[in-house]
Design a protein around this ligand. Structure first.
Ligand SMILES: [Zn+2]
Length: 281
């Protein structure tokens, strides 16, 4: 195994998502106040990116820019230095409403560059919408995180980078274990890493996320392979088969434990910003 002791690991916490409810796990933060508190705990535990969705008064996913603004402001106040990443994912709205929060100029936003199946529907990302979201990110200086649900999404990101639709080297997240999309497959995972290195350079940072019980599997693979890791209640509400995760912070702790196991430092927010080429907070 290569030496990981000089490779700080960035931990992203996906605090809420579009799907989990209080019935699934009472620790899922739904209101903006709950989200800020939960993120703060996760930040103290070692997370340095907060991946954020917002919910409306009924707890349903929304892309309401006003809610995103309140959340972003609260996070900047209570978690100074933490990287704020807002979701432009497709469950919270249709068409350009998905990017209505980009004028808030968060540090980062998620960007899906292609379509695929989700558990019960098509995750639709038509080319004109992808281009519009990318152009808004360019306009407001928002760094995209490319959500790779498929190998083709990595190659599409490379194409968009080459022709200027994405400014900096793409930061790709491999998402595995979404039902009806890419399963958790070690050979595909290794090929994803190989592809990122081939297209963007040997030292290009990348990250990975697994869904449900596979969250910890992808955390382990990513930490041990020199990548960065995503955790949080958006992707998984359990610590193990029988136990609900008590908090986002508890899921972050699982990743810091893995960092210890593989002798990797956990990235500080300053290191995370430097690795990702983001402005100092
Ligand atoms: Zn998300």
């Amino acid at each position: 195994m290569s030496d990981l002791s000089d490779k700080p690991c960035i931990i992203c916490v996906a605090i809420t998502g579009s799907l989990p409810t209080k019935e699934n796990n009472p620790a899922v933060p739904i209101t903006v106040a709950e989200q800020i508190e939960s993120t703060h705990e996760a930040f103290e535990a070692g997370a340095t990116i907060a991946h954020c969705h917002v919910r409306d008064d009924e707890g349903k996913p929304t892309s309401d820019p006003e809610r995103f603004a309140r959340l972003k402001e609260g996070l900047e106040q209570h978690c100074p230095g933490m990287i704020v990443q807002l979701s432009t994912g497709g469950r919270s709205g249709a068409g350009t409403t998905r990017g209505g929060m980009l004028p808030l100029a968060p540090d980062m936003a998620s960007l899906s560059v292609g379509s695929n199946n989700f558990p019960t529907r098509v995750y639709e990302n038509p080319p004109d919408l992808v281009d519009w979201l990318a152009s808004e990110m360019l306009k407001y200086g928002v760094k995209p995180e490319i959500e790779a649900f498929d190998l083709s999404h990595i190659l599409q990101a490379a194409k968009m980078h080459k022709d200027g639709r994405i400014k900096d080297t793409p930061y790709v997240q491999f998402v595995m274990g979404v039902k009806n999309a890419m399963p958790v497959d070690r050979e595909v995972f290794d090929y994803y890493i190989y592809t990122v290195k081939r297209l963007f350079g040997e030292n290009t940072p990348w990250c990975a996320a697994g869904i449900g019980p596979n969250q910890i599997v992808l955390n382990d693979w990513a930490v041990s392979a020199g990548g960065h890791a995503r955790t949080g209640l958006e992707d998984n509400v359990r610590i193990d088969r029988d136990t609900l995760a008590p908090s986002n912070a508890a899921l972050v702790k699982r990743v810091t434990d893995l960092c210890e196991k593989y002798e990797r430092p956990v990235a500080s927010w300053q290191q995370a910003r430097q690795i990702l080429g983001l402005r100092a907070a």
